[in-house]
Structures are given as structure tokens and as C-alpha cells.
Design a protein around this ligand. Sequence first.
Ligand SMILES: [Zn+2]
Length: 72
Amino acid sequence: MPDFIDDITDRDPREMAALIDIARGDAGKEGLGAPVCAWCDSPIPMARRLAMPGCTLCVSCQEDKEHLKERG
Ligand SMILES: [Zn+2]
């Protein structure tokens, strides 16, 4: 299981409820991450979309992108 999911599930349940409320309010808006990865078309988990509003890449592709950036 990816680390970011552990990070989310370790949170206070009240904080999770607040995040879910935010997600409901933002459903269909650009504030929530994309449902699928822009690079590989893999579904992006809701936990990641909540944790990273505006994200368009899955964890794997995001890491690839970071590595590309590091190399310049
Ligand atoms: Zn991807």
C-alpha cells in the first residue's frame, strides 16, 4: 500500500470527516485531483485526490516527474 494512504488513514477521524466534507463540496470542481492519471490513465485513489487537490498524476507518474525535474 502506498505511503500516502497510510498517512491519510493515520489521521484523526474528525479530520477525515472534514476532508470528506470538503471533497463533497468540491466534487466536480477543479479543486479536487483528477480521477485518472494524465500520463498512464490509471485511476487515482480518492485519498490522493483529497491530499493533493489539483493533482493530475498517479503516485508512480508523479515520482517519475519529480525525477525528471531533478535531472533538469
Ligand atoms: Zn500514472
